[in-house]
Design a protein around this ligand. Sequence first.
Ligand code: SF4
Ligand code: FES
Length: 237
Amino acid sequence: MEKVTLTINGMQIQVPSNYTVLEAAKEAGIDIPTLCFLKDINEVGACRVCLVEVEGAKSLQASCVLPVRDGMVVRTNTKNVRETVKTTVELILANHNRECLTCFRNGNCELQRLSEELGIEEVSFQGEKRVGTVDDLSHSIVRDSSKCILCGRCVNVCKKVQEIGILDFTNRGFNTEVAPAFGKSMADAPCIYCGQCIVACPVAALREKTDMERVWDAIEDPDTHVIVQTAPAVRAA
Ligand code: SF4
Ligand code: FES
């Protein structure tokens, strides 16, 4: 593979010409934060957390989808980059269900970790929030759109890795959510419950149903005393 030479944070490096700036930085030991990026699965430039400054460019660029060029000069840690990324994450948080203390992913959430790393202590933007839905009809996967950051990782893992594609973006604009088509529950979609979407999700918008929740869902038939598995309807978050 042909190589190109570029400069990142003053360090000159040579990388294959099919690399992105994110890959080149990683090879040079330079950490660029990411959120929507999932190598070879979700390379869509959706979250804008991986922004970098490129000499000569009018605006900041998403490094995860930015191909390297010979002679490119990149900076990953300028004041402009730091402040813009911090604001971007604050905007994501502004429309996110932030009940972290009672969240399934508390302490193991990529958004929470990123917010800590960026030193976000309060969210400056307060406004209308998307009305979320909780789908806990299936016996094993719970989807809570109030926590979804619309990164698309689950969509592409279901489509490209499992080749099933039951999840996709539905609705538009402020009401966009990631769900099975036609307002179906995960229980009614042809989901095989592989759990790949849960593994791909950076937050707790998709999670495994706990054993305790399965017990709560169970209802005993008063006549036969047989446990009948049931579940509540899709409800507002
Ligand atoms: Fe991303 Fe999770 Fe939302 Fe899927 S459910 S788009 S993985 S945040
Ligand atoms: Fe690059 Fe999301 S990680 S845009």
